[in-house]
Design a protein around this ligand. Structure first.
Ligand SMILES: [Zn+2]
Length: 127
């Protein structure tokens, strides 16, 4: 079994549910949820509520820590590439890189489509 971890929601313990209750009758308390895996906050929060609580508490701090943008990000024909698949192709599926500003299509392999090896993270052709 994988290691248990705690929900990172700062108010998790304040939500009164049966599974958060711990301790003997005379010393009841609610604790932060602990699980082997979570679905929210990149696998670190037990619910959307805890995810929202984390963001409300730490979101602005995280933005300052990782850096706010001070210039607009710009999409041009150079970084407007995405990989697409033609599901309606009559015989076999076709894969292509598509530029959604110029509408240019370039054929790619299925492996490139599956793994995005032909496009950089910011949408530029890597070939
Ligand atoms: Zn939680």
């Amino acid at each position: 079994m994988s290691q248990l971890k705690y929900c990172q929601g700062p108010r998790c313990h304040t939500y009164d549910t049966k599974d958060r209750k711990r301790g003997p009758k005379d010393n009841k308390r609610n604790e932060t949820r602990r699980r082997s895996s979570f679905y929210y906050l990149g696998g670190n929060a037990c619910s959307m509520i805890c995810e929202r609580d984390w963001f409300n508490t730490f979101g602005a701090l995280a933005l300052r820590h990782f850096g706010m943008i001070t210039q607009p990000r710009v999409l041009t024909k150079d970084n407007a590439w995405v990989n697409r698949r033609d599901w309606n192709h009559p015989n076999a599926d076709t894969y292509y890189a598509y530029n959604y500003l110029t509408e240019e299509r370039r054929p790619i392999t299925e492996d490139q489509y599956q793994n995005d090896t032909n496009i950089t993270q910011d949408g530029r052709l890597a070939i």
